[in-house]
Design a protein. Structure first.
Length: 270
């Protein structure tokens, strides 16, 4: 018996990284998965984004747990397309209980284009994800749990002066606002809303040449902004997935409106 038996989870950015880890973890706890990813490049992003092959591997890994999965390519910036992808999963799996708004980009050295894209994906895309899920969750009348993926950069002002980097911090802070207002708006329906705030996680968004170069430049200029309190340089995607799995489980049934750092003490250090 898993902690999420019979539940269905909708996860964006599920083709790799934290989204894949969350899909596999929730599936291992008994949930069926609706997995969405753009599987295409965004112009301002200086590292390769996920591909259809990445999403296919997520499908295999979820199925290996014994869970069912519906996977669709969709862009969180396109609310209608995202709603269609979600509905296809609900039609096949029968319900919706959990939403993990995980899709995000880090165009940290991309100028004005980076600002626009990161706000559109990391903030507006999260808004779209919650909005397309609300009607089904409310109509079912059985409550639910929503987790929004932010960052330590959603709690502290770290980064560089590039518009893409500033936009990243602004978007991740904005997610906290979304979480808090939705937690209040949806509480009457027994729908809980929380956010998670990882420090650096070993995923393709961080572990690539462009992001490593940017992080190196920040470390040279302001070394006090870098590093965690605990003696670990980088977290694993599974660490974040474990926190998400707890937040969406009945073990956290009265936890809502919380911004949860999963950061090896990074925020506390500052």
């Amino acid at each position: 018996m898993g902690s999420l038996d019979g539940k269905v989870a909708f996860i964006t950015g599920a083709a790799r990284g934290q989204g894949r880890a969350e899909a596999v973890k929730l599936a291992s706890e008994g949930a069926h998965i609706i997995a969405v990813d753009i599987c295409a490049q965004i112009g301002s992003v200086p590292y390769p984004l996920a591909t259809a092959d990445d999403l296919a591997l997520t499908v295999k890994l979820v199925e290996d747990t014994g869970a069912r999965i519906v996977a669709r390519q969709a862009d969180v910036r396109d609310q209608a397309g995202l709603a269609s992808a979600l509905q296809s999963g609900v039609d096949e799996l029968g319900r919706l209980d959990i939403v993990v708004a995980n899709a995000g980009i880090a165009p940290m050295q991309s100028g004005a284009d980076g600002w626009r894209d990161v706000i559109d994906v990391n903030l507006t895309g999260v808004h779209h994800t919650v909005e397309v899920a609300i009607p089904t969750l409310v109509e079912q009348g059985e409550g639910g749990s929503i987790v929004l993926t932010s960052s330590v950069a959603g709690l502290i002002g770290v980064g560089s002066d590039d518009p893409g980097a500033i936009g990243y911090v602004a978007a991740k802070h904005g997610i906290v606002g979304l979480m808090r207002i939705y937690a209040n708006l949806l509480a009457q329906h027994s729908i809980r809303v929380n956010s998670v705030h990882p420090a650096g996680v070993d995923t393709p968004m961080i572990n690539n040449e462009a992001t490593r170069q940017w992080l190196g430049s920040i470390a040279e200029k302001t070394p006090q902004e870098m590093g965690n309190a605990l003696p670990v340089q980088v977290l694993q995607a599974e660490d974040i997935a474990n926190a998400v799995a707890w937040l969406v489980s009945d073990s956290a049934r009265y936890v809502t409106g919380v911004a949860l750092p999963v950061d090896a003490g990074s925020v506390n250090k500052r």
